[in-house]
Design a protein around this ligand. Structure first.
Ligand code: TXA
Ligand code: MG
Length: 315
């Protein structure tokens, strides 16, 4: 069953039941080596799933749970290999959403849940997105309206020191570093690395059907305008994902408003919906305005680089 969390909708199954967990992989078309995050009601429930952890890890749990932070820790044998994609670690988190918490409390079991999208599509931020991807393949969606953050949780690897940020999200690097030492994995910025520490990093994510290109640098508006002119010779249906302050600058294209450049949380919560909208409008080519990489901008840009399959134009 799919359910809302404060980040995106998840597709949940009993994390201790191998057969149930297999069904998640099947419904999503997810590669078997890409491990799942286990959701718990509180940190006590996590105790039997992971080996004893340090006071530094405890400090992260105390500060950020319930909330959008997943911690990778060495797992116990109670967690089936299918959940961890064969790794000896498991990602755990306590979500901060009333429906998710109620569900976890009633279920009394840990719930393995990846984002409730077909693999390779943007994560679902509304129940309709889940249904569009998975109708006929899953039992139900618990409809909690739009999710708050709109981007998946921050993932950090706590099996190494300093801890390592594998996926930026709602809990920012700045917030983490105020509590403990955290280094950024190079995979956050680029797909050129030898051995991904998180199996999920090697798969293309968040891809709409259109060819997406991301424009960064000091002259974004003029470069986007130039691209529109050039590419209209090749593509009929062009879109631009722009901040609200720039939406009137672009003519003869579908302009998708990401939200004000002064409200990065609003932008975070709109980008997956806009990438899906690009598909509904059958856009062939989408230009996305880049954003500053600080705080929530780090997570937003990480997802936009992936949506663009790392086609980045420096202006
Ligand atoms: O916000 C979220 O985290 C959402 C909601 C539903 O909780 N879930 C989510 O799950 O985004 P998923 O499966 O779409 O992304 C989990 C990411 C993947 O990139 C996966 O490779 C990584 O976490 N991951 C999970 N367990 C791991 C492990 N043991 N070691 C390294 N990476 C792991
Ligand atoms: Mg996902």
């Amino acid at each position: 069953m799919a359910f809302p969390t404060e980040t995106v909708y998840g597709l949940g199954a009993n994390a201790l039941d191998e057969v149930a967990v297999h069904k998640i992989f099947k419904a999503k078309g997810r590669p078997a080596d890409n491990p799942l995050i286990v959701h718990c009601y509180n940190s006590l429930q996590i105790a039997s799933l992971v080996k004893p952890y340090s006071s530094r890890v405890q400090a992260l749990m105390d500060r950020f749970w319930p909330g959008p932070l997943s911690l990778i820790l060495p797992k116990t044998s109670r967690v089936p290999a299918v959940v961890s994609g064969g790794l000896d670690t498991v990602a755990v988190r306590v979500p901060n959403h009333p429906l998710a918490l109620q569900l976890l409390q009633l279920a009394t079991i840990p719930v393995a849940a990846p984002s409730a999208n077909v693999s390779g599509k943007p994560s679902p931020t509304r129940a309709e997105h889940v249904w569009r991807d998975l109708a006929g393949k899953i039992a139900a969606v618990l409809d909690g309206g739009s999710t708050g953050w709109g981007l998946e949780s921050t993932v950090i690897d706590c099996t190494c020191w300093p801890h390592r940020l594998l996926r930026p999200g709602g809990v920012t690097l700045e917030q983490l570093q105020a509590v403990t030492e955290v280094a950024v994995d190079p995979g956050v910025y680029s797909d050129i690395f030898e051995k991904p520490r998180s199996p999920g990093m090697k798969y293309q994510h968040y891809a709409p059907d259109a060819r997406v290109e991301l424009v960064v640098g000091d002259h974004i508006q003029s470069t986007v305008k130039q691209l529109i002119q050039e590419k209209s010779k090749i593509y009929k249906r062009i879109g631009v994902m722009a901040v609200s302050e720039h939406v009137h600058a672009y003519l003869n294209v579908s302009v998708l408003d990401m939200g004000s450049q002064h409200d990065m949380r609003a932008i975070a919560s709109s980008i997956y919906h806009l990438l899906r909208t690009a598909d509904e409008l059958e856009l062939e080519y989408v230009i996305v305005e880049g954003l500053p990489e600080t705080e929530m901008g780090m997570a937003i840009m990480n997802r936009l680089r992936k949506a663009a399959a790392y086609r980045i134009i420096i202006s």
